[in-house]
Design a binder for this molecule. Structure first.
Ligand code: BES
Ligand code: MN
Ligand code: ZN
Length: 506
């Protein structure tokens, strides 16, 4: 991963392989962003060069210039930040900077060191640039053979982010620590999701998290099949029973002293979703190693919160299973008893996520946390509704869903709320069990949310626990071209949202 250095040196004299500057769109064409601190003659040279090559400064448009007079770096990379609107708040501006820095970092892969002089130099904008550069400088090369290692470009080595913070100041150190923890967490979640499903399965997923948690302030329990049976986790067991690779539940606990709140986080961890007996067509299965991205986000976020010693207690539940078609596989028509005793009639074995999540939500409820948040690549319907760059938020408490929406949007995880109207529940009535796990076909994301809601209960005082559900089916995996700081493949969707949400309780 790309290393980070904060500096307050002048862009023109900073020693690096490349200097990254921002351009904005003006009526006359592209021009260096106002506030870029360079000698006048240098600014004029770059503006003329931008005009000569026909640069337009569209969002993430990259123009490379060499031998710019007055600049130490041999290469100048000018990146467009896109049109700025007067309605843009701080969050939008920061996100634009993250994306521009990410696009620049991608264009600089293979280079040792690049200096970034984007934004106004404030702590907030410096952080945004650094975050974008680090996230854009991600590469997953674990499974490249020797031949490919030579030709494939390594990520940018070091991002030197220029701003007005004194690099040795307390503020700069705290900022660097947070950026490293957050981008390290996103990168860990991406690695887990990118790891092929023959290598990452419930047991090896649990081992990876156990290894990463050792020496941290997170304690952890791994429940195997026997324990899951003893605990009555019929949802996870039912989904996992069609695979030769048995399911697991990982319980992660982070208990800082002087915690100001307690959050329960539940993640969907289907290490591969074939659909089960209601098997998916081949083309829909290709990216289904990403079906554990919710569990990856929970694990990565909790480890980062512990690293940063955020004073909020968190309990995480990683619901891990492989949805396969073995001879013991769950059948449509089966009735399964979930944790807590509710019975579920199985209709479509491809709606497996909500079954493993139900056990996790029931377990989270038993701890009486202040709020429960779950995250899952749950429905194709959410992708149809919101596309592949916006995650869906549902829940039973408007102040919590508002809070999640705010935290995720500000953190760079774009999101939008979806309703769960009462009439949906009746479409899930079952003649043989307490509930069916699917209802009508329309509004599939909301049907899935409505099912999950049934498993979130009351706290020890009899009060309904506030709960929010994040559907990341669209955002977890990018099978199109990379953009901004989002690479092809796993994106790390939801990691920053969960960290920011927990921090909002501190
Ligand atoms: N894992 C899928 C959802 C998904 C789709 C994730 C696309 C990422 C990208 C989930 O388990 C699933 O198969 N859902 C079904 C539910 C249906 C059978 C009620 C779906 O969305 O089609
Ligand atoms: Mn499925
Ligand atoms: Zn699934």
């Amino acid at each position: 991963m790309t290393e980070l250095t904060l500096a307050d040196s002048a862009p023109a004299s900073t020693k690096a392989d490349a200097l990254v500057l921002a351009a904005v769109k003006q009526d006359s064409g592209a021009a260096l962003a106002p506030g870029t601190t360079l000698p006048k003659a240098t600014t004029r040279h770059i503006d003329e060069a931008l005009a000569a090559v026909g640069a337009e400064a569209g969002a993430e448009e990259v123009t490379k210039l060499s031998g710019v007079p007055g600049i130490s770096a041999p290469l100048v990379l000018v990146v467009g930040t896109g049109p700025q609107s007067t309605e843009d708040g701080l969050a939008r501006t920061e996100e634009r900077l993250r994306r521009a820095a990410g696009a620049a970092a991608r264009a600089l892969s293979g280079r040792a060191k690049a200096a970034f002089a984007l934004g106004d130099g404030s702590a907030e904008q410096t952080a945004a640039v650094a975050e974008g550069a680090l996230l854009g400088g991600y590469a997953f090369q674990t499974f490249h053979g020797a031949g490919k290692q030579d030709s494939a470009k390594a990520p940018l080595g070091t991002a030197v982010v220029l701003g007005s913070l004194k690099p040795r100041s307390k503020e700069a150190k705290a900022l660097t620590a947070r950026l490293k923890a957050v981008t390290g967490a996103v990168s860990y979640a991406r690695d887990l999701v990118n790891t092929p499903p023959n290598v990452l399965y419930p047991e090896s997923f649990a081992e990876s998290v156990t290894r990463r948690a050792s020496g941290s302030k997170v304690s952890l329990e791994v429940w195997d099949t026997e324990r899951l049976e003893a605990e009555g986790c019929g949802g996870i067991l039912g989904v996992g029973q069609g695979s030769g690779r048995p399911p697991r539940l990982v319980v992660m606990s982070y208990r800082p002293r002087k915690a100001t709140a307690h959050l329960g986080l539940v993640g969907k961890g289907i290490t591969f979703d074939s659909g089960g007996l209601c098997i998916k067509p081949g083309a829909s299965m290709v990216t289904m190693k990403c079906d554990m991205a919710g569990a990856a986000a929970v694990a990565a976020a909790i480890l980062a919160l512990a690293e940063l010693e955020v004073p909020v207690a968190v309990t995480g539940y990683l619901c891990l299973a492989e949805n396969m078609t073995g001879d013991l596989a769950q059948r449509p028509g089966d009735v399964v008893t979930m944790r807590g005793g509710k019975t579920v009639e199985i209709i479509n074995t491809d709606a497996e996520g909500r079954l493993v999540m139900a056990d996790g939500l029931a377990l989270a409820t038993e701890q009486s946390p202040d709020a429960i948040v779950d995250i899952a690549t749950l429905t194709g319907a959410c992708v149809i509704a919101l596309g592949d760059r916006t995650l869906g938020i549902m829940g039973n408490d408007e102040s919590l869903t508002d809070r999640v929406h705010q935290a995720s949007s500000n953190a760079g995880d774009s999101s939008w709320p979806l309703p769960m109207p009462e009439e949906i529940r009746a479409t899930m009535d079952s003649p043989v069990a307490d509930i069916k796990h699917t209802g009508e076909r329309s509004a599939g994301a909301m049907v899935a949310g409505t099912f999950l809601r049934e498993f979130v209960g009351k706290d020890a005082d009899g009060q309904q626990i506030p709960w929010a559900h994040l559907d990341i089916a669209g955002t977890a995996f990018n099978d199109k071209a990379p953009w901004g700081y989002t690479p092809k493949g796993a994106t790390g969707s939801g990691v920053r949202a969960l960290i920011a949400l927990a921090e909002s309780y501190a």
